[in-house]
Design a protein around this ligand. Structure first.
Ligand code: PLP
Length: 345
């Protein structure tokens, strides 16, 4: 990898960050807070939250097996994705490379930041080619995005390809593992200590069941994390989110039970869906959703909407003609979908 200083935008490298009131005192037991112009009433939400979410990081570092200074929390992983562009890509100059199709936010964040976004088409099995990816990279490529398991295809991306790009590319490689808890393969977190150019994204929105509180995670070497901390909004994770995440993390046995039942339902739903008249094929899934090619995606989608059942029509996405993306729900929810489609002609 290049020196981090060569990769980071010069204005970000030299940025003096905003210092919040709570950053400045250290090493004393504080009792009286007259530093932040807060209202002294309405405890506890009258206080600004911890800008670095230290209590939550202390819990997550043991669960994930990574050091605290390698963890960043964002307002969803979407915040971390946007920060990658803002930190590394000079607008109008640098570019990012990503597999296609994949999660739409990478391209949207690239557009917002005026950064060229190079889409490298997957093959018919939704797998990338290392040669094609490396050929799309040039001297102004700062970021390469992988999403594994990939959204919307649902499959794990070939590790050989990710490893090859990690080995050969001198910029930052982002591996988005939003669905890793369903994937049955090891996380790239295991490689964090030996790979200085790796950023792993995970989220509380999927297996953890907390999409509503907006909390995402990025893991990287401490130097990258500290740049992310310098660029983020000072209080990006609000107090209610930090508190609720802490409570949920304390009882995280439940998460494994949810994963187990979702995986069981994934197998059943995919099998029964494949047998429906409207279905042409279901694709392999390593996530909590699957992609299915149907005879007429728009008609099937509209039929389901009329019955109050919402799936995602991905027909306009590359390689996903006439395809629906279907999230695994509860047993009754999945049955409602199957019953509706059994009556669909
Ligand atoms: C759902 C999803 C996320 C999660 O985004 P949040 O902002 O954390 O809710 C990230 N990446 C992918 C590929 C996703 O599908």
């Amino acid at each position: 990898m290049k020196e981090l200083k060569q990769l980071v935008r010069p204005n970000i490298w030299s940025l003096s960050p905003y210092t919040s009131a709570r950053d400045e005192y250290k090493g004393h037991e504080a009792k009286v807070f007259l530093d932040a112009n807060e209202n002294p009433y309405n405890d506890p939400i009258n206080r600004y939250p911890d800008p670095l979410q230290r209590d939550l990081k202390a819990r997550i570092c043991t669960i994930k097996g990574v050091p605290e200074d390698s963890i960043f929390f964002g307002n969803g992983s979407d915040e971390a994705i946007d920060l990658m562009f803002r930190i590394f890509c000079c607008p109008g100059v640098d570019n990012a490379v990503a597999i296609e199709p994949t999660y739409g936010m990478y391209g949207v964040c690239a557009d917002i930041n005026d950064v060229e976004y190079r889409r490298v088409l997957l093959d018919d099995d939704f797998q990338p080619s290392a040669e094609k990816l490396l050929a799309a990279i040039d001297g102004n490529t700062k970021l390469v995005f992988f999403c594994s398991p990939n959204n919307p295809s649902g499959n794990n991306i070939d590790r050989g390809v990710i490893d090859k790009v990690l080995d050969s590319f001198d910029g930052i490689v982002i591996v988005d593992e939003a669905y890793i808890d369903f994937a049955g393969v090891p996380s790239y977190l295991q490689q964090l200590s030996e790979r200085t150019n790796l950023v792993v994204l995970q989220t509380f929105s999927k297996a953890w069941g907390m999409a509503g509180i907006r909390l995402g995670m990025a893991f990287a070497q401490p130097q990258i994390i500290s740049i992310m901390n310098k660029v983020k909004y000072p209080y990006n994770i609000n107090q209610l989110t930090q508190q609720r995440a802490m409570e949920e993390v304390m009882q995280h046995d439940r998460v494994q039970e949810w994963i187990d039942s979702i995986l069981k339902e994934r197998e059943r739903l995919m099998k029964e869906f494949a047998a429906l008249d409207c279905c042409i094929r279901v694709y392999r899934s390593d996530a909590n959703f699957f992609l299915a090619r149907v005879k007429d995606a728009a008609a099937t989608y509209n039929y389901l909407v009329e019955r109050g059942i919402i799936v995602r029509n991905r027909s306009k996405v590359a390689l996903c003609g006439n395809s629906l993306r279907i999230t695994i729900g509860t047993v009754p929810e999945n049955n409602a979908l199957l019953e509706a489609l059994k009556n669909y002609k």
